[in-house]
Design a protein around this ligand. Sequence first.
Ligand SMILES: [Fe+2]
Length: 89
Amino acid sequence: MRLHTPLPLHISGAPARPLRDAALVGGGKRAEHYEIAAYTTLVAMANALDRRDAADRLQEILSQEIATDKKLDGLAKQLLPLANRDAED
Ligand SMILES: [Fe+2]
């Protein structure tokens, strides 16, 4: 099973830096969403097994993954207007 979609390396010519960076941010978001799904499941499993210690630690990691995803959202918001402008050139 494939876990991620490849970055759009098929863009013709040398990609503009903001566009390439936006694509990398998209790749990072895919990884974060995968991790969020995994840790959400692990927290539920730890709770179902009444392993409060493990659930608390896993929840901390899940919160870090969510925070990273939000940081990537901020980067994307900065990069996408620049990438769009470069695409028009
Ligand atoms: Fe992560």
